[in-house]
Design a protein. Structure first.
Length: 170
């Protein structure tokens, strides 16, 4: 597993193309682990309007990056977990022609997600210039179908595991 965006702790798979086709598991945490996105009741995550804004920002990523397919995803009270699937660079444009968006690195996609979601959340909460996310994010290259299914299970089971979660602040 790798950690991106933390000075001195960046560990990536040597020689791996983070702009190539594949699945990536990502996690990012709110600034100071502030619980803005909802609460877990029993084993169900109940999102606030801020959590809904984060969810919409995730689902909107393919509008900006048509080769991208969001997979399993969950908004938790103070973090998100998700799988991003990078498809071929050439995708069909809305007019039916081939679209070549260029090579886009995972870092660029995550910067866009964090930026658009922060703008939306700050707008929803009626605040400006307040950091939403911690710097950096966790990333893991999904290497096979078995790992993909295990990670999907982890994401789906996150609300149930919330009381023991390392990001739980209460």
């Amino acid at each position: 597993m790798t950690t991106a965006g933390r000075p001195g702790r960046l560990r990536r798979l040597r020689g791996f193309d983070y702009a190539g086709c594949g699945e990536y598991f990502v996690t990012t945490v709110t600034h100071r682990r502030e619980c803005l996105f909802g609460t877990v009741v029993g084993s169900v995550m109940r999102r606030t309007s801020a959590g809904d804004a984060v969810h919409r920002a995730w689902l909107a990523l393919p509008e900006r990056y048509p080769f991208l397919s969001p997979d399993s995803f969950i908004v938790m009270p103070n973090h998100i977990h998700g799988i991003l699937v990078f498809g071929p660079e050439h995708v069909l444009a809305r007019d039916g022609g081939l679209l070549t968006p260029g090579r886009v690195h995972l870092d660029r996609v995550m910067r866009a997600f964090k930026s658009t979601s922060a703008i939306a959340v700050n707008r929803t909460l009626g605040r400006a210039g307040v950091p939403l996310w911690q710097s950096g994010y966790f990333e893991h290259v999904v290497r096979n179908e078995r790992a993909l299914e295990r990670i999907r299970g982890y994401i789906d089971g996150n609300p149930e595991a919330w009381p023991k979660d390392r990001f739980h602040s209460g």
